[in-house]
Every structure is written in structure tokens, then in C-alpha cells.
Ligand binder design. Sequence first.
Ligand code: NAP
Length: 378
Amino acid sequence: MPAPAKFCFVIHPLSLDDVARYEPGAKGKGAPIVRKIMEWMPPWGVAHVTGVRAPDGRETEGWFVSAPLLPEQMMEFPREQVYDRILKAIQIGVDLGAQIAGLGAFTGVVGDAGITINERSPIPVTTGNSLTIAAGIQSLFRGAHEMGIDPSVSTAVVVGATGSIGSACARLIAPRVKHLILVARNETRLRKFTEEIAPELPCDVSYSVEISPAVRQAQLILTATSSTADVIQPEDLQTGAVVCELSLPHDVSRRVAIERPDVLVIEGGNMLMPGDPHLERMRQPGEEFDLNLPPRTALACMSETMVLALEGRCEPFTLGRGIDLAKVVEMEQMADRCGFKLAGMRAFDAAIGEDELDARRAAAAARRSLDSAALRSG
Ligand SMILES: NC(=O)c1ccc[n+]([C@@H]2O[C@H](COP(=O)([O-])OP(=O)(O)OC[C@H]3O[C@@H](n4cnc5c(N)ncnc54)[C@H](OP(=O)(O)O)[C@@H]3O)[C@@H](O)[C@H]2O)c1
């Protein structure tokens, strides 16, 4: 087996709150000023990651490097300017010793989902989407199990179904459900994708560009959009539904946390790292970098980059849209061998423990009996 390599992973703030967490000096400054500063702010090395160790003793180290643009800036700015920013961030990683680079959140969404960046990068690049897909599927069906949903008689919706992550998730969900609804905004692309995959899928498949009516039909929902605004609203969710969200920034409205105690929302792309991982801030040595996740937890896309480094597989493992499902399976097996596990359930910045699950199941049962009482009384 090849010796472990070193990695870098490109991160960026998902919101103005994130900017303040990465850079406390930004706290209290107005949004327009912060946005303006970020327009010219160069990439920088954020954290030195050590102690990621597979059960057989293989160990890797790496660096989180920031391409400091907000999601909407990544989408709105001229593409070449955004690519340039991401490539400069990767170069910082290369200078520190990285041999493979991963693209976090919108750095893997912009343009052709990593293909051009990989062509121009001095080291191989992966988006990390293979492990994100595998984690998302595991999370969705774990949630279904916890909420007592039988997938084989259920309707599932994939929102963002034509995307890199959504299109693979749709293919993997289809064999386990009765009806699958594919949702995105571009109708031509969505229709073509549905016509292409429907004949090979063993369930009923339909598509819609209307999110609310599609979500209203579903017990299982997986969201992986590149939207910068909420797309899942509390009034659209069925009693006891499960929503697995992979999108960063989030797709599910925060109102769901308050208004729908009967549904289960899960951030589906979180993994537990093996070993004794430390994320030390590069500008404040000795201080731990706050990923806004529980200890030892990383995003699945970060985890894929670390797995490739541990395996010495310095190759552009996942790029573009239209991901090969065999790669998703291979990545899941490599991650397992390296000791990465699906993290505990979590949503809206909080862990979901057994008590919380009991409360959600009870709220769903209570709402169902109210619904049927209302039906009986006409
Ligand atoms: N959790 C993790 O570890 C992790 C890892 C990687 C990526 N991500 C996140 O996953 C998300 C998807 O990434 P991706 O690479 O699959 O992106 P992508 O390939 O660009 O796909 C985005 C999909 O969302 C759809 N979409 C965009 N805006 C929408 C809206 N308002 N309503 C409905 N559909 C919409 C797009 O189709 P239309 O344009 O036709 O609507 C497309 O189907 C991003 O938020 C990314 O940051 C998370």
C-alpha cells in the first residue's frame, strides 16, 4: 500500500457569522463592509490538521486553507476570478507540503464542479462528493428507521436532483422506495435527466420544478441544492417526515426547528474522524480551530480528502456532475477501512439524542391522531 500523503482542503465562510468565527475582528462590522473586504482579501492558511490516524496506524496531516468568499460571491463573481482565488488557496497548501487538495462547499460547486480547477492545479483535486453522497444515503435511511418509516412504501424527494450530489443520491435512493420525485429549477435539464435515468430505476419516478407540492407528497426528503436561501419550509412537511440535508449553507428553514417538533431534520454529511485529530489555528498557535461541529467531527467532503491522503491515492477521485456510483461504493469502503464513521445525528447546531428522538416520535404520533380525529369529524 502506498505511504500516506499530506492534504489541503479549501474552506470558505458560509455566512457572515462564519466570517466572525474565522476572523473575530469582523464582529460588529456592517455586512456591506465585510463583503467588500472579502472581495480583495487573499487566501490564507487557517488550520493545521494533525492526528488523523487509521486503526492500522497510518497517519496523515494537512491544512485547511481559506478562499474567503461567501457562497453568493462565489456564484456572482466572474468565474475566472473565483477559480483564481481557489487556485491561490491550493498553492498555499502545496507550499506547506500538501499532495492532494479537497474542495469545500461552494468551491466544489462553482463552474464545472472541480474539473477546471483540477486541470490548473499543481496537485490532484477532489470535490469530496463521493463520501458526501455515501454519508447522505446512510443518514437518510438511518433517519427513516428512527422515525419508523418503511422506505419501500414511501415517497422520497431529492431537491437539487440534477446536481453532482443530488443526481447520485437519486439513483441510490430509487431502489429502496416506492416513488421518487426529482426537483430542480431548470426544467429542461431536469426532464432530460429524468428521462435518462427513469427506465433503469426500479420505482415510480416523476419530476417537478415546484418544491412545495413535491415535498408535501414525501415522507423522505434529501436536499442538496446550491441555493443560498432556504428552500424547505415547515408548512410543506408531512407529519413525521425525515429531511436529510447535505447543502451548505443549509436548505432547511430555521423555522422548522421551532414549528415542527414532529419531523426529523438531519445534517447528513458529518463524519467522525479516526485517531486523535487536532485542528490548530495557524495564526494563533495552540488554539483549536472551531469548525462549528462537535469534537472529532468533520464534513464528509473533508473526510474524503483525508481518506485519499491516508490511502496514498493522490488522484482526482471525484470531479464534475454525473458521478460514477462505483466510486461512491469504493470511497465508502476506503473510508471504513481508514476508520471514518457516520457521525451522530445533528441539526440546527445541536445533537439529536435518544430523548430528542422519543420526543419527535411522540409529537408525530400525537399529530397523526389529531389529523385523523379532524378527518373523522369531517
Ligand atoms: N455536507 C458536505 O460534506 C458537503 C460536501 C460537498 C458539498 N456540499 C453542499 O451540497 C450542495 C450541493 O452541491 P453540488 O456539488 O451537488 O452542487 P451542484 O452540482 O451545483 O447541484 C446543485 C443542484 O441544486 C439545484 N438548485 C439550485 N438552486 C435551487 C433552488 N433554489 N431550488 C431547487 N433546486 C436548486 C440545481 O439545479 P437548478 O440550477 O436547475 O435548480 C442542481 O440540481 C451545496 O450546498 C454544497 O455546498 C456539502
